[in-house]
Design a protein around this ligand. Structure first.
Ligand code: ADP
Length: 558
């Protein structure tokens, strides 16, 4: 934006907000902080921020001089959370190229689509993921180079029409510093695709500026409150919205990162918490549910954790209480790929501490940070008040919120009407209320709301209530067609190991103990083995709806 003619400019320096500056800062001022990667055997692997900085420079030299990466070329990663992935996180954007993190849990068809759409030239892959990548290569038309890091069977790449490089050999002997270019801070730095639950996946492109400002927000006391005294267990994958911004934020304030690599099962997670003693951790509710079951069966000391960030889908209050009891207090946060992702985070306000209100605040999705503006919009497009009662679609705007989707380097960006308002706000597709003091409570995703006889039933409220029952391990509630009411809730319940329950008593529990109104109680019930999950570990309700429609569920009617 150019200044208006009558603008009096400040006397401040204008230094672009670049990822290379975060890297330089972290690897010098916090050079002794560490990335600790779990290896599954013996001591974890430790690499200092200073070493990461040197190796990121070496990687950038290799990408430029040997692989010919220039300008805004896209360099993809197909990797777990580990030190090499952090090096790519910094090297690629700092040199001016664009880091594209690939979600290794996507169906192969979607991966192929995404790589071709982004026109990735290089894939940096963990050896353990070659069985996933190798069969796709013939269909990845733009990929010229594959760089393999870590153990794995290289012979899977025999005969592939790409040049194959060993990560360590590629960077060895290169200069350990790099004259990082002075880029435009608005330039593309990294990209992620949404998981494409409806239609094709959509590419969100983060700028250096958005990453820089988002990192500053993440470390603030009001958000995750991170300093060099912390060690953060980054369970949320680096391919899921930049691991919620943690790799950048940790370099900003010298926070050690504990990276699980491919050891994401509850038992190794419990083991790494007990032995490395992180103070902070971040993951979706499903990971914490799994860990809770593990800790119940085989108790470990997880009391080093003083902030467990849970987001990505609604955190059931019962899960929060369980971790509170284990001495690892939970902090709830909301965000999405389009919001970098920090949209809200829940810290109970000072006046509520020690009162009955405190927990009520903590279970909300939280408050908006200064960089995020929010409004609620009703079905007719009307603005709704922040009164804690009016329910509408959440719209947001801010420095790290997407304003459009990527559509190739030469095509204009996409701005679908269902995703952006006329005046440029992001329509989140999330439905909820905002209290007068700015706390967001989400009741549902617009597409998951149960529309029963002109009233809305919150699937999240029913799920949270069900999951507070002692025999229930997980529960998902979906809308199913109903002749009389249009839609009604179907409760799908996963029981804890060895537990039994009858639906009538679960229904009575919802009504009597959780205060669910009679007309909202599900009359259709079924027991399932496990709730199907999306590629980032959220309840996949469209699979449940389809199973119901295909008659695959054994449904009981009360
Ligand atoms: P996907 O659309 O693949 O799930 P995202 O990871 O971008 O991709 O998901 C963002 C969505 O996740 C939000 O729009 C919201 O529906 C849901 N979500 C994230 N955090 C929370 C939360 N704390 N509570 C409820 N829903 C959440």
């Amino acid at each position: 934006m150019s200044p208006r003619e009558d603008t009096v400019l400040s006397t401040m320096q204008d230094v672009p907000l670049l990822i290379s500056r975060i890297l330089t800062h972290g690897s010098t001022v916090h050079g002794t902080s560490q990335v600790i990667t779990w290896t599954g055997e013996g001591e974890p692997h430790r690499r200092s921020f200073a070493e990461i900085g040197a190796r990121a420079a070496q990687l950038a030299h290799a990408l430029r001089d040997t692989l010919g990466i220039r300008g805004d070329d896209r360099v993809a990663t197909l990797a777990w959370n580990n030190a090499e992935h952090v090096e790519a996180y910094f090297a690629v954007p700092s040199m001016g190229a664009v880091l594209h993190t690939l979600n290794l849990r996507l169906p192969p068809e979607q991966l192929v689509w995404i790589v071709n759409h982004a026109a990735d030239r290089v894939v940096i892959v963990n050896g353990s993921l070659l069985p996933l990548l190798a069969p796709l290569l013939p269909r990845l038309g733009t990929v010229e180079h594959v760089v393999v890091a870590g153990p794995g069977d290289r012979s899977l790449l025999d005969g592939a029409a790409v040049r194959v490089h060993e990560y360590e050999e590629l960077i060895a002997g290169r200069p350990t510093s790099y004259d990082w270019p002075e880029l435009d801070e608005r330039a593309a730095a990294a990209m992620c695709y949404t998981s494409g639950t409806t239609g094709d996946p959509k590419g969100v492109v983060y700028s250096h500026r958005s990453v820089y400002l988002h990192s500053m927000q993440i470390v603030m006391a009001e958000a995750m409150g991170l300093t060099d005294r912390d060690t953060s267990l980054v369970v949320v994958p680096q391919f899921h919205v930049n691991a919620w911004g943690l790799p950048h934020a940790t370099f900003m304030s010298g926070v050690n990162m504990l990276m699980p690599d491919r050891f994401l099962q509850p038992a190794p997670l419990a083991e790494m918490i007990e032995s490395v003693r992180p103070t902070h951790a971040a993951a979706v509710p499903t990971i914490w549910q799994g860990l809770l079951a593990e800790l119940t069966a085989r108790p470990r000391d997880i009391s080093s954790l003083n902030r467990v960030i849970i987001g990505g889908s609604a955190c059931p209050p019962s899960l929060m209480q369980a971790f509170d009891k284990l001495g690892a207090p939970v902090c709830h946060a909301w965000g999405m790929t389009e919001t970098s992702p920090l949209g809200t985070i829940s810290h109970a306000p000072a006046h509520s501490l020690g009162t009955d209100e405190e927990f009520g605040y903590r279970v909300t999705q939280g408050r908006f940070p200064a960089g995020v503006e929010a409004r609620l919009t009703g079905p007719g497009g009307e603005r709704l008040p922040w009164d804690g009662e009016s329910t509408g679609e959440l719209e947001v705007r801010g420095n790290w919120i997407a304003g459009s989707y990527y559509n190739g380097p030469d095509a204009p960006p996409l701005r679908p009407d269902d995703k952006f308002s006329e005046d440029g706000w992001l329509k989140t597709g999330d439905v909820g209320t905002i209290s007068p003091d700015g706390f967001l409570t989400l009741t549902d995703r617009a597409k998951d709301v149960i529309k029963s006889g002109g009233e809305w039933i919150s699937s999240v409220e029913l799920e949270n209530a069900l999951m507070s029952h002692p025999v229930v391990a997980e529960a998902a509630v979906v809308a199913v067609p109903d002749d009389r009411w249009g839609e009604r809730p179907l409760a799908t319940v996963v029981l804890k190991e060895g537990a039994a329950a009858d639906f009538a008593s679960l229904s009575a529990f919802l009504e009597e103990r959780c205060g669910i109104a009679k007309w909202q109680l599900p009359e259709r019930w079924t027991i399932i083995e496990g709730v199907p999950k999306t590629s980032v570990g959220k309840f996949d309700k469209k699979v449940l709806r389809k199973r119901y429609a295909d008659g695959e569920l054994d449904v009981t009617r009360l």
